[in-house]
Design a protein around this ligand. Structure first.
Ligand code: ZN
Length: 360
């Protein structure tokens, strides 16, 4: 349960240890980086360290970025009451803020809303009002804001004063994919901590460590397509993406012979099946959104198949222009999906394009 379980994030570790050494902690952090690389885990462990009654000091630690660290390193003790409460997820001074808190809002009209963004109602009630109260256990109050990039403009503006002059005992960590998605005024009031992609080999090892029944080959496949994100890899495993690999690959081999509309239908049918799995986990999901999520996974699969083809073409001196064209086409279709365009049309036009490239 150590801070150092978060691996391959050297900059985050150095910044925190430097702050511990100087006993000067910024009150607002912005953890910026891709999903599934340890941002939230690091935030949780950092909160535990700052809330711990007796932080432990270790001579050295084997982790990236601290190999040449000369002083002692700090970590939570893991034994005090505060640490135990953090571990059980019930520390009264550790607040995890996410957009679905809207369903717990005291106002029934607000509760009825969808919560697609991180609204001002959630920020006001669960952060700003909370900041005004003293810590329950005396030491500090900690707020971890998930998906901070989804904070509406008004939510960010409402939060400014808290970010600017937080009470001495209040700490905030905003978790975001990229710093650019936040207003400059929000950004400038936080210390930015960049998080990077994880090495593929590490992701594969982690998968096997967590899921010992999985074969090394499958773990490597997932690590490869997850592109340096352990979270993404585990997500794809949950939806058993590999089981669709051969089907989709077979579909692509029919590109020159079969009508694109027929292929599109097959692809959408598979996406629907995966979409049903999404629905089992989130009953509030609409049909369209479930299908969209399924399709997003199909695109991940397509992109990975084309990347594999690109590798082969480059090695054998084959026609890699067609393959790079295909990768670009998948990327375009992916971004169209985000723009709420008609799903069937998007997939059909993708397959028409892929068919043309295959015939070249
Ligand atoms: Zn402790």
């Amino acid at each position: 349960m150590s801070l150092f379980e978060v691996r391959h994030q050297p900059r985050a570790h150095r910044l925190v240890q430097r702050a511990m050494e100087g006993r000067r902690f910024p009150h607002a952090y912005l953890f910026a980086g891709p999903e599934g690389v340890g941002r939230e885990l690091f935030a949780q462990r950092l909160a535990r360290l700052l809330l711990c009654d007796e932080p432990a000091s270790r001579e050295s630690v084997e982790t990236e970025g601290l190999a040449d660290w000369s002083g002692a390193v700090a970590d939570a003790c893991g034994k005090c009451q505060s640490c135990r409460l953090c571990m059980s997820g019930s520390h009264p001074d550790l607040h995890v803020i996410s957009r679905d808190l809207i369903k717990q809002h005291p106002d029934p009209t607000v509760r009825g809303r969808m919560g697609l963004d991180l609204s001002i109602d959630v920020i006001r009630t669960f952060v700003i009002d909370e900041v005004g109260h003293k810590p329950v256990m005396g030491r500090a109050k900690f707020f971890i804001v998930r998906e901070a990039d989804l904070m509406s403009r008004s939510a960010q503006n409402a939060l400014l004063k808290t970010l600017e002059e937080p009470p001495a005992t209040t700490f905030l960590i905003l978790i975001t994919r990229s710093v650019d998605t936040l207003l400059p005024t929000t950004r400038s009031r936080c210390q930015v901590v960049p998080f990077g992609m994880l090495p593929t080999a590490f992701v594969a090892d982690e998968i096997v460590r967590r899921l010992p029944e999985m074969s090394g080959e499958a773990a490597e496949w997932y690590a490869e397509i997850a592109d340096g994100s352990l979270g993404t890899a585990l997500h794809l495993i949950e939806f058993d993406l590999q089981s669709h690999r051969d089907g989709v690959s077979g579909l692509l081999s029919g590109l020159t012979r079969t009508a694109p509309t027929a292929l599109a239908k097959k692809l959408i049918d598979t996406a629907k099946k995966i979409g049903e799995e999404f629905r089992k986990r989130d009953k509030d999901l609409s049909d369209t959104e479930a299908q969209r999520r399924g399709l997003r996974l199909m695109f991940v699969l397509l992109a990975s198949l084309f990347r594999g083809a690109l590798r082969k073409a480059t090695e054998s001196g084959g026609r890699f222009e067609a393959v790079t064209g295909a990768i670009a086409a998948v990327r375009t279709a992916e971004s169209q999906l985000k723009l709420n365009t008609n799903v069937t049309l998007t997939v059909e036009s993708l397959l028409i394009q892929l068919g043309r490239l295959a015939r070249r």
